[in-house]
Design a protein around this ligand. Structure first.
Ligand SMILES: *[C@@H]1O[C@H](CO)[C@@H](O)[C@H](O)[C@H]1NC(C)=O
Length: 221
């Protein structure tokens, strides 16, 4: 778990600090879309559409966003998910999937499924009625069906297999759930839980890359 956090932190630092290098790299290796899963660190507004206390749609959130608008991002302006999409050269803002006004072009270049208050542990989102990890994955499955219906299987396959997938999750398990409930997980079994979720995540992709499959199998065994 600690290792994963460090890994995510490193990836983020790398993404943000080497924006210039990334931009020239991306001219040649542009990903078609970005998909982000997780909690408030990356929620760009899904919780606006959820009955929950975990909302970022009121001041002072968004005071430095264009127009000083609180968008549901848990930030004074843009959020981490937006910066990832920007640095990867895809778009400036990564919209929340639950926004009913998304047009096809927005959908095809990626969306955010994250929900503030969520966690890997299914008990964590219950406390705040956030969107659980498995529901975020089911939203992604629904997303695949939607774009498939619009642009057909070939383009859908291309988008799903070549895009960037980012997960920011786990802090709420540690800060909200574990201190207040029985300790069901040891560090080892918590890691196992994350791996099994990663495997589920992997299964919804229509066609896994062989090296990814191998990598997941190595971790799981
Ligand atoms: C995509 O649409 C085709 C029909 O155009 C259908 O046969 C296929 O099952 C769909 N795939 C997914 C993943 O929904």
């Amino acid at each position: 778990m600690a290792t994963l956090h460090v890994l995510f932190a490193c990836i983020l630092a790398l993404l943000i600090c080497s924006a210039a290098a990334a931009e020239s790299y991306n001219k040649k290796n542009q990903v078609p879309a970005v998909f982000v899963f997780g909690d408030s660190l990356v929620d760009t507004g899904n919780n606006n559409y959820v009955h929950t206390i975990a909302k970022g749609n009121f001041p002072p959130y968004g005071r430095d966003f264009a127009g000083g608008r609180a968008t549901g991002r848990f930030s004074n302006a843009k959020g981490v998910a937006d910066y990832i999409a920007q640095v990867l050269g895809v778009k400036q803002l990564l919209p929340p999937y639950l926004d009913p006004s998304l047009d096809l072009q927005e959908l095809l270049t990626g969306v955010c499924f994250a929900s503030a208050g969520s966690g890997y542990d299914p008990r964590t989102p219950q406390k705040m009625n956030a969107i659980p990890m498995m529901t975020q994955l089911n939203m992604f499955k629904e997303y695949i069906k939607r774009i498939n219906a619009s642009v057909g299987p070939e383009r859908t396959q291309e988008i799903i297999s070549q895009s960037a997938y980012i997960i920011f999750m786990g802090s709420n398990d540690l800060t909200n759930t574990y201190p207040t409930v029985d300790y069901r997980y040891t560090e080892e079994s918590y890691t196992d839980l994350m791996i099994s979720l990663a495997l589920d995540f992997h299964k919804v992709r229509p066609e896994p890359e062989p090296d990814q499959l191998q990598c997941y199998n190595e971790i799981a065994n």
